[in-house]
Design a binder for this molecule. Sequence first.
Ligand SMILES: Nc1ncnc2c1ncn2[C@@H]1O[C@H](COP(=O)(O)OP(=O)(O)O)[C@@H](O)[C@H]1O
Ligand SMILES: [Mg+2]
Length: 305
Amino acid sequence: MIGNRYKKIEKGGSSAGIGSGTYGEVFKCEDTQTGTIVAVKRIRTDLEDEGIPSTALREISVLRELQHPNIVDLQDCVQSAGRLYLVFEFVDKDLKRYMESHEGPLPSLTIKSFMHQLLSGLEFCHARGVMHRDLKPQNLLVSRDGRLKLADFGLARAFCPPIRPLTHEVVTLWFRPPEILLGSQTYAPPMDMWAVGTILAELAAKAPLFPGDSEIDELYKIFMLLGTPSEATWPGVTKLPDWNAIFPTWPRLSLRHAAPGLSDAGLDLLNKCLVYDPAARVSARRALKHPYFDGFDPATPAPPM
Ligand SMILES: Nc1ncnc2c1ncn2[C@@H]1O[C@H](COP(=O)(O)OP(=O)(O)O)[C@@H](O)[C@H]1O
Ligand SMILES: [Mg+2]
């Protein structure tokens, strides 16, 4: 029992969590006051006596302010036995598991619906000065009725000016934008839009777009598809801290093979998310107005699982 209210639901006799990642373990629980199912995230902290970790405080205050149908609802916050628990609405599964459990390619309407919901949640965040900074399929939750919600704002941080240099390790490698890989210290909303592009391609291909196993491998995988950037394609790139004049020069390839089945409009949106120059990358707001969504009714839920 957590905080005299939330009862762990045991699976096959064990109380193994339903998921764990960077910051904590997540348990499926019953809210004994309402009888509803919730997801309780125990925040991992090495120094349990030293109070609530600042990462958690950040997540709490950010989430409390962000109430939107495409953002996971933080319902409660409990301190028990020196530990901190965050209570969220329970959402059936994350997008990674959704893709794994879905046989064959995802229907194009499902991809469009997920993209629209992802961008709607993100536009809401960006308009409030909040970046997600760790967008990836494991941090997007999908309900049984096809609703997608942004989760895991553990690394999110208000980007209200002045933009300060933050820590280097913020985004999982595969979704990390080239400006960060090249040592830029400026974290800005376009970094989330790069991740959106890689997620769109992953939805279409059902495989990660740039599955690099090191920073340099990640960078080279990007260069091999999009062409090695230059001052012509990305003004200022050669001034970035980790730019190297001896990077091999690869030509740009078509994105069509990277995102099979995506319509021309979808490919165009993908291209606009994967623009090298962060300043020229499409914003969430503009992406929602892209012709890819022409005629799309946001009220249409994605087909059920
Ligand atoms: N509200 C929720 N409902 C159902 N499952 C969840 C919920 N929140 C998280 N999970 C599962 O737990 C995993 C880890 O949660 P997350 O919030 O991403 O924590 P971390 O900071 O440890 O990555 C997610 O990838 C997802 O599979
Ligand atoms: Mg996570």
